[in-house]
Design a protein around this ligand. Structure first.
Ligand SMILES: [Zn+2]
Length: 91
């Protein structure tokens, strides 16, 4: 299935032939990979800064040095959240 994706925050677009969600290095969220949104779907993608004390933990920083906790995708039908927790092993 051919799927067209685009970014609500910049000009990035992608075409995929699988159900895998494409990511890109968005200038709006520098230094982190943000998800693309299916073309035609109204959505908002935003980075959430970590607000708790960081200490010695290794955290994910964006290109501006802000500690980013998660990237949230908000659609009309729900939310996706990619969490950059220090203990996360990815997935
Ligand atoms: Zn983008």
């Amino acid at each position: 299935v051919r799927t067209l994706w685009s970014c609500p925050n910049c000009d990035a677009q992608a075409v995929t032939y699988s159900t895998r969600l494409p990511h890109h290095n968005c200038p709006h969220i520098p230094g982190l990979m943000s998800p693309l949104i299916k073309a035609g779907v109204r959505a908002k993608v935003e980075a959430v800064e970590r607000e708790d004390y960081i200490g010695d933990e290794l955290v994910q920083l964006d290109a501006n040095g802000r500690p980013i906790m998660s990237v949230i995708t908000t659609r009309d039908d729900g939310q996706d959240c990619a969490i950059y927790a220090p203990t996360a092993t990815g997935g």
